[in-house]
Design a binder for this molecule. Structure first.
Ligand SMILES: NC(=O)c1ccc[n+]([C@@H]2O[C@H](COP(=O)([O-])OP(=O)(O)OC[C@H]3O[C@@H](n4cnc5c(N)ncnc54)[C@H](O)[C@@H]3O)[C@@H](O)[C@H]2O)c1
Length: 358
């Protein structure tokens, strides 16, 4: 996507505002649209504040920050997007709202303009039915906080052209994102295994485990700053429950744990308290259970050709900040040990073919 192209962002909420900021900082002119004028105003003020903080911290020059802000145009009318080369939709996660928007937008932008959705849980192919010339339609799935998180999934639907994928990859590069190309599948590449990782922690709790111990074992074993329960508390457990329910159409392995349903539906938090230490053997058992869940999802996704092994690892490293990476990890322990980690999830059904990769 050439720097001369104008980028449209529809939905100036948490994700839309942050994506717009990142594109403007990278040199693109951006039209930031929301149907609610107060939301656009608030987003512009937030971006201004965020750029000012970057200047204060010495991460950006004042002139660059001013120039980035000047590249942003607030908008409440979709007609303003007429000259955009790429429009990214980041409105509410509701199929009918998005489909309606794509029907309207298709009649406004040129047939060559790329149209992308930032949906987390809907199928790109289902949404593509509402886009004219669907070969220019794809998913651009950003990760929170989108202004700074370097990971981006570029999701190819059945109709998406190679040209659209290449242009999206160029846009990702120009906006300093590290992109994973993946197929349109539930959870795409990263949430496909990240959600089962959270869910397996809840399953351990259902089996009598202790949330604080699980968090501590995972912090040590996966090299994360916080464990799964603390992380779910930050983004609200109901979000994890919703994501889990989306994946559950793929079978019982993805179905939410009893405790996740209870905490998610009640609106409570896990409030896990980290113990000072944990018995190394106990920690190893916990870590292996979570690695087994991650690898189960990754092996199934590899069989479905959702993404390449390196891309699953990139997601873990860059997006989730794990030091343990599923495919590097499986390669290190070899096929038989990997099979032992995942065996509990394949009782009565064939093992994934991709086990042979390791
Ligand atoms: N929040 C996250 O961590 C995250 C991560 C990845 C993807 N996503 C996805 O990004 C999308 C947006 O999520 P969010 O958290 O930014 O939501 P949000 O609620 O913060 O913002 C959504 C915005 O869309 C606006 N809107 C709704 N309908 C509109 C329409 N027809 N036209 C113009 N504006 C409209 C609303 O006024 C609101 O400001 C969702 O699809 C979500 O699944 C979210």
């Amino acid at each position: 996507m050439k720097l001369e192209s104008v980028i449209g962002l529809i939905g100036a909420g948490t994700m839309g505002a942050a994506i717009a900021q990142g594109a403007a900082v990278s040199g693109y002119r951006v039209i930031l649209n929301d149907r609610d004028a107060r939301v656009v105003e608030r987003a512009m003020a937030q971006i201004k504040g965020s750029l000012a903080r970057a200047v204060d911290k010495g991460r950006m020059g004042a002139a660059d920050a001013d120039a980035a802000f000047a590249r942003l145009t607030p908008s409440t009318s979709l007609a303003d997007l007429v000259s955009c080369g790429l429009v990214i939709e980041a409105i509410v996660e509701n199929f009918d709202a998005k489909a309606d928007l794509f029907r309207t937008l298709s009649a406004i932008v040129s047939p060559q303009a790329l149209i992308a959705t930032n949906t987390s849980s809907l199928k790109v192919d289902d949404l593509a039915a509402s886009v004219s010339s669907p070969e220019r339609f794809l998913g651009l799935h950003y990760f929170f906080p989108a202004a700074v998180n370097p990971l981006l999934e570029i999701v190819r639907g059945k109709s998406t052209s190679s040209d659209a994928m290449d242009k999206a990859a160029a846009f990702a590069k120009a906006t300093a994102k590290q992109a994973i190309r993946c197929r349109d599948a539930y959870g795409f590449a990263v949430n496909r295994y990240f959600v089962p990782y959270l869910n397996e922690a809840a399953r351990l709790l259902d089996e009598g485990g202790n949330a604080g111990e699980i968090d501590l074992a995972v912090v040590q074993g996966f090299g994360t700053a916080v464990g799964p329960f603390k992380l779910m508390d930050i983004s609200k457990p109901v979000i994890a429950l919703h994501a889990c329910r989306t994946l559950a159409v793929m079978g019982p392995f993805y179905a939410p744990a009893t405790s996740l349903v209870r905490i998610g539906e009640s609106g409570e938090l896990w409030n896990a308290e980290l113990p000072a230490s944990i018995d190394p053997a106990r920690a190893a058992t916990i870590v292996q259970r979570l690695q087994g869940a991650v690898l189960t999802a990754v092996l199934e996704a590899l069989d479905e050709e959702v993404a390449a092994p390196d891309d699953f690892d990139l997601g873990a490293r860059i997006g989730l900040q794990w030091t343990w990476q599923p495919c590097v990890g499986a390669r290190a322990i070899g096929r038989d040990a990997t099979e032992r980690l995942v065996a509990r999830h394949f009782q009565g059904r064939p093992l994934p073919r991709s086990l042979q990769l390791f």
